[in-house]
Write a protein that binds this ligand. Structure first.
Ligand code: Q46
Ligand code: ZN
Length: 322
């Protein structure tokens, strides 16, 4: 099989596009695709400051790399869940990328703010760890984004993540979530940041191949709570369909985006009486969690800035972020 662009031996066959590419042309292809998504759906407009949600996994580190290669000068934001070794390793990968890109990395630590890690919070509140984690992550990322002066929060959700979530919402007719999975969600005043997903139309396999070819050092293990998640079943089913009928996933999402744009606008949220974050109840989920389990209201966030701590040859780093 030969690369469609240069004729050299191909490294990757892309059945959804009925083509094959060598390593260099595949890297150029994926970066161009991300740029097209950003432009077409207006994910980052001129003058907007982007912040990337970085988990230390392949998707977020690849996204952070691509954005900076495309000239978007994006900083990063990491959420420490307090899952012993997994969180420590993930943070170190994120910090190594901050060094490589020479970009700032914010860290919000759940154990530091709540004095408890996700498992303990889940036990106290009797909520599944992922539901609780989702509440805290969404809130913390948004708050850091707006308080630190960024205009748009970018996440590494890929085509497979979005297609499997959409399938789950349809299977169980979760109408309250069905029309909320847009590639870009506009912000609301000074309390809600704009959010965007530049990998919306890039498959997990494509992003993994990019990470591998660029030598990105990411954390291979999944979060321990991801094991047995229903979305993994949906991803497998969609991959089987894709195998028989290439491009099904991308058609599924493109069709969704088209319909989404013709849907009437949904009910607007009101503001949380404690913090101003948009909510459909009196207090947002995060403030209700604070009330329930206690927590440090100061909402401390660490900032790691490679430009400030850059080592000179022979120096050792004062390691206050490890
Ligand atoms: S929700 Fe659940 Fe993920 Fe949070 S607890 Fe881990 S698996 S990280 S995307
Ligand atoms: Zn609130």
């Amino acid at each position: 099989m030969k690369c469609r662009v240069c004729g050299k031996p191909a490294s990757l066959s892309l059945r959804a596009y009925n083509t094959a590419l060598c390593a260099d042309d595949f890297i150029a292809f994926l970066e161009k695709r991300v740029l097209q998504t950003i432009r077409r759906y207006k994910l980052i407009n001129t003058g907007e400051r982007p912040l990337v949600a970085v988990s230390g996994g392949k998707d977020s580190l690849a996204l952070w790399t691509i954005l900076n290669r495309l000239g978007f000068a994006a900083d990063g934001m990491y959420i420490d869940l307090g899952i012993a070794e997994y969180s420590q390793t993930s943070y170190l990968k994120a910090r190594a990328m901050a060094d490589e890109l020479n970009r700032r990395l914010f860290r919000f630590s759940i154990p530091k703010v709540f004095g408890k890690e996700v498992a303990e919070l889940s036990r106290i509140t009797r909520r599944p760890p992922c539901s609780l984690c989702g509440t805290v992550k969404r809130y913390a990322m948004n708050r850091v984004c707006v308080t630190e002066g960024y205009s748009v929060l970018l996440t590494g959700h890929n085509l497979d993540d979005e297609a499997s979530a959409l399938l789950g919402n349809i299977l169980y007719w979760k109408e309250e979530y069905l029309w909320k999975k847009d590639v870009v969600l506009e912000g609301q005043g000074s309390s809600l940041a704009k959010k965007a997903k530049p990998f919306f139309l890039c498959s997990e396999r494509e992003v993994a191949a990019y990470a591998l070819l660029k030598g990105i050092d990411y954390v291979y293990e999944e979060c321990p709570y991801a094991v047995g998640a229903r979305t993994l079943v949906y991803k497998n089913v969609l991959n089987q369909i894709e195998e028989m009928s290439p491009a099904t996933k991308i058609m599924f999402l493109k069709g969704y985006l088209k319909r989404l744009r013709s849907e009437p606008k949904r009910e607007q949220a009101t503001s949380c009486i404690a913090c101003g974050y948009p909510t459909y109840t009196e207090k947002c989920n995060f403030c209700s969690l604070m009330d329930r389990v206690g927590g440090d209201q100061r909402f401390a966030v660490d900032t790691y800035d490679p430009a400030e701590t850059r080592m000179e040859p022979g120096e050792t780093r004062p390691d206050n972020h490890a």
